[in-house]
Design a protein around this ligand. Structure first.
Ligand code: COA
Length: 180
């Protein structure tokens, strides 16, 4: 199955609009296209713009549309008193017409291909932990906060890491910036 991985900044305007429409469909978002497009273009605060500039997007196409997509980027967090860089995974979505064909797993695995020394763990949040467990991730129960900016941390029901056997402790996590 052909998966494309590219710098998010290299995504053309047509693909950005396809992504915005997929986002609105999958997340039943009422945000208008322009607001979402501005977010995709990284027109946010400086920290998010910096994060965006090094993000990679992973996608599979079907019938000229984006059928499945996610994105990943490096983030420095604190685990207890130790700062470490993790791979952040976000925006995992498959178009309803192309679900249960392995496309979601394909884009997530493409993102996880970036888990390599010195960045040995991917950290993310989700409401569908069982789906990620089948792919080799595991739930963590660390306390998660964000001491910087608006204090927004994770908002989904579960936090997870990949790989499940990755080096991890139960120390509190400080995301050191907004959750993803
Ligand atoms: C979750 C999602 C990305 C899966 O996409 P997909 O392309 O259908 O995934 P895959 O084809 O790789 O995997 C499908 C398998 O996972 C199973 N699955 C789907 N959702 C699941 C869940 N919540 N828990 C456990 N298994 C689940 C399916 O039953 C299917 O199993 P089967 O092949 O044995 O029938 C897709 O349903 C989606 O976009 N959901 C809405 C957005 C979302 O929740 N994204 C994750 C946010 S972190």
């Amino acid at each position: 199955m052909s998966v494309e991985t590219m710098a998010l900044t290299q995504l053309g305007m047509e693909d950005l609009l396809r992504w915005v429409d997929l986002h609105r469909l999958v997340w039943q978002s009422l945000q208008d296209r322009e607001a979402l497009l501005a977010r995709r273009l990284g027109q946010r605060d400086a920290a998010q713009t910096a994060q965006w500039s090094q993000a990679q997007v992973h996608l599979v196409r079907r019938a000229g549309q984006i059928a499945a997509i996610c994105y990943s980027f490096h983030r420095v967090i604190a685990l207890g008193s130790t700062q470490r860089t993790v791979l952040a995974l976000a925006g995992v979505s498959t178009h309803p017409d192309w679900r249960r064909q392995g496309l979601g797993a394909t884009v997530v695995r493409a993102a996880w291909a970036r888990v390599a020394a010195p960045v040995t763990v991917c950290l993310f949040q989700t409401d569908v932990p069982a789906w990620y467990e089948r792919l080799g991730a595991r739930c963590i129960d660390n306390r998660i906060a964000n001491s910087i900016g608006d204090g927004r941390a994770f908002w989904s029901s579960h936090a997870m890491i990949f790989p499940s056997a990755g080096p991890w402790t139960s120390d509190p996590i400080d995301l050191l910036g907004p959750g993803w």
